[in-house]
Design a protein around this ligand. Structure first.
Ligand SMILES: NC(=O)c1ccc[n+]([C@@H]2O[C@H](COP(=O)([O-])OP(=O)(O)OC[C@H]3O[C@@H](n4cnc5c(N)ncnc54)[C@H](O)[C@@H]3O)[C@@H](O)[C@H]2O)c1
Ligand SMILES: O=P(O)(O)OC[C@H](O)CO
Length: 349
């Protein structure tokens, strides 16, 4: 990716996504752009339109200044405008914040192709990846390839509701061009949300994708009521498999990245408080499928870990690597092939 500065005098922000995290991050951006120099005060937030109680969600958000479906109970600043039209959202935007479930990125990028501002740069907050014939494709690469814009990543121990409640949290931004990393740090940082920046776009991003699979493992352990020592073992082994996998597929990944918020801290928070953990626990307790439980328990929010476990397994299988990643492989088999949850510990001993 060419390292060139696309920073402008006044940056205009489009947030592409308005789920649980999308809305929480739009709240932060909405407050910050008013206080900081160099940012347009209006922030547009794209809403995948749906009706809630007979009314369009976009209208509800703009009337109530609250995303009543995906982040109820938290006010959104009035300078954040919900927009149902994707192209209108990104019109004139020089900063594109991608925060949608990863399965929808291709479709969104295709709609944006050739339409983004010449000075546009992007940051992805998405936790997931794409697959290709040769292995995996990080979301940052998909965005760069389709839109021809420079892309940073943001990922960390960031449960959206806790950040919306302004509880102290950290995050990590991965950059290629330090100036852009610093620009994004200014845009996202608050007193209660501290941003570290590292020169490792892909390391930051892939930690965020793979920890969702480890969190499913933690939920399985919780469903089996095996206790905290076992969960700690899953966290440790999970982190090692994450590191091995990422380094196997990408050169230049820094060891330090795994000790940033995007690494160990995100594995821990997700294994204790995340949606993937919650649904995996329910899967063990009820025997229902993940798809069914996602609908029953998440009110429209989307799991990322199950799809990532499937995509990961496709790559491992294709390359004959399943045995080298016993935890990832068993989590996939428990989730999709009817393997008994108890196998999670048997297969890693
Ligand atoms: N929620 C969190 O705590 C959290 C924290 C950090 C990162 N993330 C990551 O952020 C990304 C977005 O997650 P989220 O929590 O904001 O969303 P979410 O799971 O709360 O909500 C799902 C979103 O997808 C939208 N959607 C449904 N169908 C769609 C379609 N066909 N095309 C486009 N959009 C569609 C819905 O309107 C909704 O906005 C994910 O990759 C997630 O892993 C989430
Ligand atoms: O709720 P989850 O499992 O999607 O995880 C949320 C965040 O990624 C935690 O950092």
């Amino acid at each position: 990716m060419a390292i060139e500065s696309k920073i402008t005098d006044v940056e205009k922000i489009a947030v592409i996504g308005s789920g649980n995290w999308g809305t929480a991050i739009a709240r932060i951006i909405g407050v910050n752009v008013v206080q900081l120099k160099g940012f347009d005060r209006e922030v547009k937030m794209w809403v995948f339109e749906e009706t809630v109680g007979g009314k369009n969600l976009t209208e509800l958000i703009n009337e109530k200044h609250e995303n009543v479906k995906y982040l109820p109970g938290f006010k959104i600043p009035e300078n954040v405008k919900a927009v149902p039209d994707l192209l209108e959202t990104i019109k004139d935007a020089t900063i594109l914040v991608f925060v949608i479930p990863h399965q929808f990125l291709h479709d969104v990028c295709d709609q944006l192709k050739g339409k983004v501002h010449i000075k546009a740069k992007a940051i992805t907050l998405i936790k997931g990846f794409d697959t290709s014939d040769t292995g995996i494709r990080p979301m940052s690469e998909v965005i760069h390839e389709v839109l021809k814009v420079p892309v940073c990543t943001l990922s960390g121990a960031n449960i959206a509701n806790e950040i919306a409640a302004e509880k102290f949290s950290e995050t990590t931004i991965g950059y290629r061009n330090r100036q852009e990393g610093e620009l994004f740090k200014r845009l996202f940082e608050t007193k209660y949300y501290r941003v570290g920046i590292v020169d490792d776009v892909v390391g930051v991003e892939l930690c965020g994708a793979l920890k969702n699979v480890v969190a499913i493992g933690a939920g399985i352990i919780d469903g089996l009521k095996m206790g905290d020592n076992t969960k700690a073992a899953i966290i440790r082994i999970g982190l090692l498999e994450m590191k091995k996998f990422i380094k196997m597929f990408y050169k230049g990944i820094k060891d330090e990245t795994f000790f940033e918020s995007c690494g160990i801290a995100d594995v821990i928070t997700s294994c204790y408080g995340g949606r993937n953990r919650k649904v995996a626990e329910a899967h063990v307790l009820t025997g229902k499928s993940f798809d069914q439980l996602e609908k029953e328990l998440l009110n429209g929010q989307k799991l990322q870990g199950t799809l990532t476990a499937k995509e990961l397994n496709m790559v491992l299988k294709r390359k004959g690597l399943e045995r080298e990643f016993p935890l990832f492989t068993t989590i996939y088999k428990i989730s999709f092939e009817g393997v008994a949850p108890q196998k999670i510990v048997e297969d890693i001993i």
